[in-house]
Design a protein around this ligand. Sequence first.
Ligand SMILES: Cc1cc2nc3c(=O)[nH]c(=O)nc-3n(C[C@H](O)[C@H](O)[C@H](O)COP(=O)(O)O)c2cc1C
Length: 266
Amino acid sequence: MSEIKCIVLYESIYNNNTLKVAKAISHTLGCRLIKASEAMEEDLTKYETIGLGSGIYFGNLHPSIINIAKNFDNSPQRVFIFSTRGNPIHGKYHGQLKEILNTKGKRIVGEISFKGYDGTGPFLIFGGGNIGRPNERDLSQSISFIRKALPEYCIKDYYKLLDNRLPVIDGSTNKYYYKDGKNLFLLRGDIVSINQNLCTGCGRCKTVCPMGVIELIDKKAIPDKELDCTLCNLCCINCKERAITLHYNWRDTINVAKRHKNRKSL
Ligand SMILES: Cc1cc2nc3c(=O)[nH]c(=O)nc-3n(C[C@H](O)[C@H](O)[C@H](O)COP(=O)(O)O)c2cc1C
């Protein structure tokens, strides 16, 4: 498996609204995230896919995002676009960027825009618009967006590459690591995965987990008893690095109920 050839560039000058989306996306991809204004020195030709995102300021993406695109060469890279905005309607805010990308021969693999808190101008009268946005729902939508647009990079898909993955047994201490370039992922069963590169070992996830699923081993969080996980999401919400991903579909949510049906205590 080759090194992850994907990078996300962002600009988020107002309220870090777009940074939240950028983190959710880049952590799902397990790729680097850097400010566009600091990316001028980067050799972007080595990436096959580039994410570009910012807030919308005066009807357009941030000038450093536009400049990055203007400086692209004509190699056939893939690009995805994301933004946050105050206006309820997205309109043509990505228009100029898309035009530039087209002239540079880039393939746009997807674009998405979310509402973001806006306390500027007339919004002030109401104490600001889009309070609390982007919210958790927006962030999980951004994760779904990127999983769909670029499934080959996403952590969930690494599972498919693991031929010898063993079934998860209650209380099992088996651990499955997957190394992709510089990124080391801990894969454990199908429920909780923790990106070991992003984990700082702060232990917050272990503290907040009501079920004692997570252990700290060698200063890294490990989902040690993931079959006890109730999918409450507290670990994800409290992980500042957004290193934790819960994988589940509707069937798994029912399985949680089944597993805990006869439980008498914590
Ligand atoms: C200087 C400025 C100009 C803005 N212009 C627009 C605009 O033209 N259209 C819009 O929908 N939102 C506009 N907004 C709202 C921002 O797009 C919104 O708050 C966004 O989420 C900010 O992202 P950030 O926190 O990542 O910088 C503007 C905000 C600022 C601070």
